[in-house]
Write a protein that binds this ligand. Structure first.
Ligand SMILES: NC(=O)c1ccc[n+]([C@@H]2O[C@H](COP(=O)([O-])OP(=O)(O)OC[C@H]3O[C@@H](n4cnc5c(N)ncnc54)[C@H](O)[C@@H]3O)[C@@H](O)[C@H]2O)c1
Length: 355
């Protein structure tokens, strides 16, 4: 691929770079190798983290092959495409790089600044941020026009949505390239404006914020968590926070609290779970972990109907504000985002607000 000019035409992606080798990055590396069948380079801060990611990838591929979901021999073929490094200079041959490092603006900016030193001028730079300003990450780079938000959802192999975030700097070539990439990966790209939490995490975090406020006020976590059971969501709110990772969710909640402090409260219980390094609120038997139980100020009966009613009002308000702010154009877009990115049942948010 020609490396002389800045990104004017969509580049052909022949080698993919992934910065970070954590929960999301390892799934992304696997997806790119599987769907695009091109070499993928994963980087992280330590070789231990890279080895752990490689281990997860190999274990997943072996299971897929054993269950007949991929052909015999394919596990080795796909795994053979993925290499790890702790040295970003190894990214010089990558035509596209996605970062999936900690949800921290300064860390992500520094990764992009370093990448610019190595990658070709026509390489695409993508961020998997869940909530942070993509414009802020692009600003000050030598070539901000090639930076886009390309936000996948966990589990990456299952959830088809990519929130595609274009900034005022982004070029048409970068946007077209990202649209083509989403299609090649079998994903549905929905363009969203560069607003905190975009669509899915803004709505999920509003939901978490309301649920956690009930727990922080002394409501029994198990009863509060079960109050939305009749909505048919794929997981309870606390289970979902465990799945996303309490530390990542705390970062997302912080971003939304900073942007909209009146509607997104800080949660003492989420803070305690994240600070204790726990993977969630519950132990293996479904009992609430003591570290998640901040001293209840006023233990009280949990009124699940009241919580449902309150949640409906909160989500209706947040969705309307998303539309008023032009993050997406229609209720249909919001529903598609929630179905494809958060596995909401058919009908999406609209149906939940009506039942
Ligand atoms: N967890 C989810 O469900 C989810 C879903 C969608 C998007 N995201 C986003 O993906 C990103 C990563 O989240 P995660 O859950 O995979 O986190 P994680 O903590 O599992 O992984 C982050 C990895 O980044 C590495 N890292 C940090 N700084 C680095 C640097 N300078 N260079 C190289 N590697 C570095 C860390 O060592 C760690 O292995 C975040 O932006 C998050 O918001 C997360």
């Amino acid at each position: 691929m020609a490396a002389a000019a800045a990104l004017k035409t969509p580049p052909t992606i022949e080698t993919f770079g992934v910065v970070g080798a954590g929960l999301m990055a390892s799934q992304l590396g696997l997806l790119f190798a599987d769907k695009l069948r091109i070499p993928v380079l994963l980087s992280d801060l330590s070789s231990e983290r890279i080895s752990a990611a490689m281990h997860r990838i190999h274990a997943h591929l072996d299971t897929q092959e054993r269950r007949g979901r991929i052909q015999k021999g394919e596990a080795a073929e796909i795994a053979g495409l993925i290499r790890g490094t702790t040295d970003l200079s190894g990214f010089r041959n990558c035509d596209a790089v996605i970062e999936a490092v900690f949800e921290d603006h300064a860390v992500k900016r520094s990764v992009f600044k370093q990448l610019e030193e190595y990658v070709a001028p026509d390489a695409l730079l993508l961020t998997n941020t869940s909530s942070l300003s993509v414009t802020g990450m692009a600003r000050g780079l030598k070539q901000p026009e090639r930076v886009l938000g390309f936000h996948f959802f966990n589990p990456v192999a299952v959830l088809p949505l990519v929130e595609l975030v274009r900034t005022a700097f982004s070029s048409d070539a970068a946007f077209t390239s990202a649209c083509n990439l989403a299609q090649d990966l079998g994903k549905t790209a929905i363009p969203v404006a560069d607003a905190p939490g975009f669509v899915v995490n803004r709505l999920l975090t509003r939901l978490f914020s309301e649920i956690l406020a009930e727990i922080d006020k002394g409501g029994d976590p198990v009863a509060v968590d079960r109050s939305l059971e009749s909505w048919g969501l794929p997981m309870t709110p606390l289970q979902l926070i465990g799945y996303i990772g309490p530390t990542v969710q705390r970062h997302i909640s912080e971003t939304l609290h900073r942007a909209y402090p009146d509607r997104f409260a800080r949660s003492a219980s989420l803070g305690a779970v994240a600070a204790a390094g726990l993977h969630g609120f519950f132990d293996e038997d479904g009992k609430v972990l003591p570290a998640a139980l901040i001293p209840p100020p006023e233990p009280h009966e949990v009124d699940q109907n009241r919580i449902q009613l309150r949640l409906r009002g909160a989500l209706a308000q947040e969705a309307q504000l998303i539309l008023d702010g032009g993050v997406v154009a229609s209720w249909d877009d919001i529903d598609r985002c929630m179905i494809l990115g958060a596995n909401f049942p058919p009908g999406g948010l609209t149906r939940l607000l009506r039942i």
